[in-house]
Structure formats: structure tokens, C-alpha cells
Design a protein around this ligand. Structure first.
Ligand SMILES: Cc1cc2nc3c(=O)[nH]c(=O)nc-3n(C[C@H](O)[C@H](O)[C@H](O)COP(=O)(O)OP(=O)(O)OC[C@H]3O[C@@H](n4cnc5c(N)ncnc54)[C@H](O)[C@@H]3O)c2cc1C
Length: 483
């Protein structure tokens, strides 16, 4: 006889609302308790568009919930990186460098609106029979043994009892905090020396200094919308800015700067308005035409910290955590939401395989996920260094060129051995820990091939013969023969 009590889900963010849909579709009644008000009723907090990169893992999970098509309809594909040198003296894009993520142009990460996605997920949850969402319910106390939680609400304190309690309540999870007070719970929290701040590039209609030819060149945008823009290598390699396109023709930019140092928040925030503008003119010269509200945005938008959270076990008593609550990671691989969505898909598949015996999969679930979460946490930190320092480095660019050539020529023949790490993480559902292991092996192979066919040699060859030579060496090295 199944337990008639609902699953109590804390947090109706990205993971919580998706998980509610997936669980209810399997016949479980679900009560979702969310600290904030309903964003559909109040207008989404945050004002301007904030976007996220959605990749294959996220899409796979959305497909399981039946809402991928709807989300993808508004998503903007970004098939590569667009690098902005610090010498760019106009806004035409002349001088930027495009690096495709993959040889297959369909392999693109996609820019989606965080607010729009959350609303789409909440709508889907509301429309799924069995889901009961309660807004303005801030979880203040959790009893893991009895799957009971107490909430602060406008009507006063409310207690809800579930069959189990699941925490999808983000990096500072109340459910995880209850676990942290229990014996033999491992927990670590690591702040990056860098923080982030969002800025804004409006649509060309709001850019008085932009010549008309630029927006015509970029389909109504002020920059190419088909890529993730990166201003790397600033502040001696410690600082960078990125920008992702929005459907309203604007871009959301994010500064990732250290707090300390001459190119850090602590030094730049106290500058006068004029000095701040001059600082950007010097280090991000093309923003002169693109950011008329730079000073206002810089002052108004908060500087926020970036944290990695690792813990285990994710299950205690009748409680389970997932998403950022279990594994908050830094955003440099664009995988936090994708990993959280993958948690939801894997959990729901495991429950289905166990014929609905939810309690029996709580331990196997976290055991299957924790090494993958730790792997993407490590990769995300490593990608910060790659993005801010190496993307403009000649040797690194050659390494990437060889890697993509090997993938293009041998990817189908030997997908397990010739698929680069970035592609495995972003464009497949290969578990993160396997992707990391295979990616490291391929990295060694690529370094070996790049030393056998160095850039000087590449310069003296035409592209087709170079590719043939690279493939020849790769086939030998990957096949275990002498190169
Ligand atoms: C600058 C930045 C850029 C990012 N870019 C990307 C990207 O490009 N791609 C990507 O995949 N990921 C990205 N991420 C990561 C992504 O935002 C998170 O991994 C994702 O939001 C995790 O979803 P979640 O549902 O677990 O947590 P959240 O989205 O944080 O949702 C948690 C929910 O729980 C609610 N809550 C919290 N406490 C309580 C409480 N006590 N009681 C009740 N409710 C509570 C919150 O209000 C919220 O609605 C980025 C993160 C940052 C900071």
C-alpha cells in the first residue's frame, strides 16, 4: 500500500519545478514549498533578462518532462566562442576571433532566459495533476526522520509532513543545513577569489552611437548573436567578461573579476564615474559603443560571490537533496542547471525502474551522482582558468585546433576516445566523471600529436594535408601503435 502522503519538495527553482513535473507524471502527489512569491503574478524579480546556457543534458531532462520543444523555441544557439581582443577599436566585430565548439554546427549551447525558463517550468508543474505549489513558504526547520518541515508564511508558521522530503532549495539549502548537523556528514564550501556582476548591452534601438550598418550586419543585434562573447585575458589574465544574447536583441554581460588587484572589484568600485568609464574604454574598448548605461549598471547591480559546495551523503533519514543544494558549482562550464536537471532525470528514471519504490532508490541515486557532481565541480573551476587566460593563448589555440581536427576525422569511428572534454560535457549525456577521465586521456594524446606536428609545420601545409597528417597520427596513437 503506497504512502498516501505527498512528496514534500522544498524550492520551486529550476530543479524543484522540473522534478515536481517528473514525479507527478509517475503518479506521486507532490507539495512544492517555495520561499519567494509566484514570479508569474509579481513579474520576475531581477528586472532585466538574465540568461543561462542550456546544453544537451538539460535538454534531455526537459524532453523527459515534455517541455523541451517549448523551451527551445525561444533559445538562441551559440555554436562557438567569440573572442574580443583588447585592441578592438570599433563595434563592427572586425578583429574578433570565432572558435567553434565543435565541427558539427548543430552542436551548440543555447542561451535561455532564467526567468522565462522558471515560469515555463512552473506552468508545466501547475498543469500536471498532483502538483500543489505553495509560494511564500520559507523553510525554517526540517525534521529529516519524520519528513516534516516548518515554513514561515504570510499567514504565520505552517508545518507540512511528507512521505519523504526533498531539498531543491539551492546553494544555501535549509534541507542540507539540517543534514549538516547530523553525524558523519561531509561538507565543504569553497569561495572563488573572483566574484561576478551583471551588465547590459541593449538592443541597437537604444544605442545612439552605434552605426546602423552594425545592427544590419548582425541581424538586428549590436554584436553577433551566434556565439558566447568573451573578453579574456584582462588584468594580466585574472579578469574577464562574457556576454550571451537575449531574444529581445540585447545581451546580458557578466564580469568575472577577482575582488583584489588593480583589475578587481575592490579597486574599480570606488572609482569616480568618469574613471570607471575610462577603465572600460581602456580594457574593453568596444564597449564604448555598446554600453551607454555602463556606469549606472555597474553601480546598481550587486557584486556576488561564487561558491562550490560538495557534500555527502545526499540522503539522511527520509530526506534527500539534489541540484545546487547538493552540489553548487561555479558557472564556467555552464553546467550548474544542466547538472541539476540531470539529477532530476536520473532520479525519476531510477524510481521508474524500481516500479515506484521511491525510498529504495534514495541511496543508490546519490551514490550514482556524487562522483559526477564532484567531477563537474572540478571541471568548472578548471574552465575558469581556461576561459580567462588560455583562450587567447597561441599554443592553447593550436591544441584546440588539433583536438577539433581529431574529433572531426575520428569522432564517429572512435567516439569514446576521440571526443573532446568540452563536447562530451556539453553535447552528450556521458556521465561527468567518465567525461573527465576520457577527456584527460585525449588531452595527453592531443599534446603528443601537437608536438609531432607543431604549428610551424602546420603553417607550411595546406589544410587538407595537415588534417590528413593529424588523423594519421591520431589513429596510431589512439590505436596504441607507435606514432
Ligand atoms: C552567474 C551565474 C551564471 C550561471 N550560468 C549558468 C549557465 O549558463 N548554465 C547552467 O547550467 N548553470 C548556470 N548557473 C548555475 C545555475 O544557476 C544553478 O545551478 C541552478 O539555478 C540550480 O538550480 P536549483 O533549482 O538547484 O537551485 P536554484 O535555482 O537556486 O533554486 C532554488 C530555489 O529554492 C528556493 N529556496 C531557497 N531557500 C529556500 C527555503 N529556505 N525555503 C523555501 N524555498 C527556498 C529559492 O527561492 C529558489 O527558488 C549559473 C549560476 C550563476 C551564479
Amino acid at each position: 500500500m503506497p504512502d498516501p502522503k505527498p512528496i514534500l519538495l522544498v524550492g520551486a527553482g529550476l530543479a524543484g519545478s522540473l522534478l515536481a513535473v517528473l514525479l507527478a507524471k509517475q503518479g506521486f502527489p507532490v507539495v512544492v514549498a517555495e520561499r519567494r512569491g509566484d514570479p508569474r503574478a509579481k513579474g520576475y524579480v531581477g528586472g532585466r533578462s538574465i540568461n543561462l546556457a542550456l546544453s544537451v543534458r538539460g535538454v534531455t531532462a526537459l524532453q523527459a518532462a515534455g517541455i523541451a520543444e517549448q523551451v527551445l523555441a525561444d533559445a538562441l544557439p551559440m555554436p562557438g566562442r567569440i573572442m574580443h581582443p583588447d585592441t578592438l577599436t570599433d563595434a563592427t566585430g572586425e578583429g574578433t576571433v570565432y572558435q567553434p565548439y565543435s565541427q558539427d554546427p548543430d552542436d551548440a549551447i543555447r542561451s535561455v532566459s532564467r526567468g522565462g525558463l522558471n515560469v515555463a517550468l512552473l506552468d508545466a508543474a501547475d498543469q500536471t495533476p498532483g502538483v500543489d505549489i505553495r509560494f511564500e513558504h520559507r523553510c525554517t526547520h526540517v525534521d529529516l526522520e519524520n519528513a516534516t518541515a516548518t515554513f514561515d508564511t504570510p499567514q504565520g508558521e505552517v508545518k507540512i509532513e511528507g512521505r519523504v522530503i526533498m531539498g531543491a532549495d539551492g546553494a544555501f539549502s535549509a534541507v542540507r543545513q539540517a543534514m549538516q548537523t547530523s553525524d558523519r556528514f561531509d561538507y565543504s564550501q569553497q569561495y572563488l577569489e573572483a566574484g561576478y556582476k551583471e551588465l547590459h548591452i541593449p538592443a541597437p534601438a537604444d544605442l545612439p552611437d552605434l552605426s546602423k550598418g552594425v545592427s544590419e550586419k548582425f541581424d538586428g543585434y549590436a554584436m553577433d548573436s551566434k556565439g558566447l562573447h568573451i573578453w579574456a585575458g584582462r588584468g594580466g589574465g585574472a579578469s574577464m567578461m562574457i556576454a550571451l544574447p537575449n531574444p529581445d536583441k540585447s545581451f546580458t554581460c557578466t564580469l568575472f573579476w577577482p575582488y583584489a588587484g588593480t583589475h578587481g572589484f575592490d579597486a574599480v568600485e570606488p572609482l569616480s564615474d568618469k574613471a570607471l568609464r575610462l577603465f572600460f574604454d581602456e580594457h574593453y574598448p568596444d564597449t564604448r559603443w555598446l554600453m551607454p548605461t555602463l556606469v549606472e549598471d555597474f553601480r546598481a547591480n550587486p557584486t556576488s560571490s561564487l561558491v562550490t559546495v560538495r557534500c555527502r551523503p545526499w540522503r539522511r533519514g527520509r530526506g534527500l537533496i539534489l541540484g545546487d543544494a547538493a552540489h553548487a558549482i561555479v558557472p564556467f562550464f555552464g553546467q550548474g542547471m544542466n547538472a541539476a536537471f540531470e539529477d532530476c532525470r536520473v532520479l525519476s528514471e531510477m524510481i521508474a525502474e524500481a516500479n515506484g519504490d521511491l525510498e529504495s532508490v534514495m541511496d543508490p541515486f546519490w551514490r550514482a551522482r556524487v562522483d559526477n557532481a564532484n567531477a563537474i565541480a572540478d571541471m568548472a573551476i578548471a574552465n575558469f582558468v581556461e576561459m580567462r587566460e588560455k583562450v587567447a593563448d597561441e599554443a592553447f589555440l593550436y591544441h584546440k585546433r588539433v583536438e577539433q581536427a581529431v574529433h572531426a576525422q575520428l569522432g564517429e569511428e572512435m567516439p569514446e576516445r576521440a571526443t573532446p572534454l568540452y563536447n562530451m560535457v556539453s553535447f552528450t549525456n556521458v556521465p561527468y566523471a567518465d567525461a573527465l577521465r576520457r577527456g584527460r586521456e585525449l588531452d595527453k594524446t592531443i599534446a603528443r600529436i601537437a608536438s609531432l606536428v607543431p604549428p610551424e609545420r602546420a603553417e607550411s601545409m595546406d589544410e587538407a594535408s595537415w588534417r590528413e597528417l593529424i588523423a594519421d597520427h591520431a589513429r596510431r596513437v589512439l590505436g596504441g601503435q607507435p606514432a
